[in-house]
Write a protein that binds this ligand. Sequence first.
Ligand code: NAI
Length: 630
Amino acid sequence: MKLNKFIVIDFDSTFTKVEAFDALAEISLKDHPDQKRMVSKIIEITNQGMDGSLSFRESLEQRIALLSPNKRHLEQLIKVLRDKVSESFKRNREFFQTYADNIYIISNGFHAFIDPIVMEYGIKQENIFANRFQFDEQGNVIGFDKENPLSANNGKVEQLKRLNLPGDVYVIGDGYTDYEIKHAGLANKFFAFTENVERESVLKNADHIAPSFDEFLYLNNLNTAISYPKNRINVLLLENVHPVALELMKAEGFNVETYTAALDEAELCEKIKNVSVLGIRSKTQVTAKVLENANRLMVIGAFCIGTNQIDLKAATKKGIAVFNAPFSNTRSVVELAIAEMIMLMRNIPDKSAKMHLGKWDKSATGSFEVRGKKLGIIGYGNIGAQLSVIAENLGMKVFYYDKEERLALSNATKCKTLKELLTISDVISLHVDGRESNANMIGEDEFRSMKKGVIFLNLSRGHIVDIKALQENIANGKVGGCSIDVFPYEPISNNEEFVSELRGLPNTILTPHIGGSTSEAQENIGNFVPGKLMDYINTGSTSNSVNFPNLTLPILENAHRLIHIHNNVPGILAKINLILANNEINIAGQYLKTNESIGYVITDIDKEYDKEVIKELRAIENTIKFRVLY
Ligand code: NAI
């Protein structure tokens, strides 16, 4: 395809994420006894080359002498560099192929490792300008071609002069030598590329800053692979979500901002205005008011299991998909519950407290094994079911009650009513979800049905238990021990005092909502949720969404994908298809799913179409959100 401009791209730290010489040092000096000193010497020489105390050619000579590479090292280097191509270049492979005539690589590096990498992307060999090594017969590098302008100071400028390109020249690179081309009047625009490194001196001279190649293409109306540059998509991650999540979202090219704490409603109302992707844990309240301000928000990731901190109805109405991590910390909660049952059956909280006060109270009275005891699990979902299996392995007799039909695992026995479970259990553990109707589901009446001395655990959600009733029943001895991890009101930060009627009660373990807080769980969540968010953004897939109709979609190949979210009223699909038919657009695939409030329609269409049709689709009555994937 023809383009009326030429695009000049740098190689080191631009086309690839790394400086090739740094990678080469790791290879050629791998077994060198003085490797560390050699590497720092190379860095020193590089800097001297940059600050002008050495000429570029001298710095090149000295570095090559220290590296003493050979052909075998270069082969290994190529393998390394192949994996280090910048992510945004990888995803725009199609662009390089389409506009191959107009794309130039100009680098102070060497053909020997640049050509094999960039040519895989469709860049023409005759459009690659770089230095050339000279080898001896054994394949050792003994020097380089000193006639080549790129081996000298101001080499890129000289090279561009010689090329004399007939049209506008846009330079994209991370280094000062790239800017110099513009400074010399040989380029119309210089784009500082910051996906891999940011250099202050380069940034301040740039016409534009391109955090990714997508941004460059978007600014120049050249995007072929993605609809909208990811660096323009603002992601807000609150509550110290695991760093792996930040890494994953950054690697995808998003503009990510993080906070260690939760934000309150007013702060979030302000902050949310420019945010497209929100990541929270259990403290941030995403209220209807917050969502009113969230006009760019596409998706919320709850980096936890529960989602009752989010007004799901309001989110759905606004066409905002919500994802959580339903199983990532299941095991952590189960382990804590098991440990607490054992501790409570042995009166350990009180015994331990006394020991700290210097009181030795050795006695077996009131201490029991868990083996053979009846465990009643309320809510037999992910956590309840796993607890069932592990408790049974400890020799407990497991009973469960769930509103839904749930398969009994192993030898567990299903109870027909909650009352039945409450009456027979020695230990009761609550694992229902946090839906509103579960508020105070364990109150005075329920405690009355329990056995005297029952061990009671709540590691689910705070509002499910009537705390006053629990306190009274601990005080009057009905409840023989309890572990509570979740509370109707939980402090917003570690600086706030924890206020509760449960403080100071006997055989009572209180924990600050840490059932799921283990390193393993946080890492699992940190990996899982970004996957869901990115899948939704990149493909429209809603599998495992808590509020959207669940659609798992095929990968988009050679088509555009129209994503239409609408109020669930009859006839929308027909309207979409009528518009497509009137515009003679061929449908390659179509998927529809609805829930009680919204409809979700995905239509894959052929690539060539009149962009006007998008306006018509957007204008369909009852449309909530509409977007196109390239
Ligand atoms: P889940 O959704 O897989 O299971 C919940 C089960 O409870 C479902 O089977 C549901 O049918 C049942 N249920 C709901 N209401 C009920 C009722 N009124 N009566 C009987 N059954 C009812 O949830 P999962 O993953 O097992 O989590 C359970 C709870 O644990 C949730 O509330 C979650 O927020 C909480 N949780 C707490 C953590 C902590 O750090 N303490 C960490 C992870 C989860």
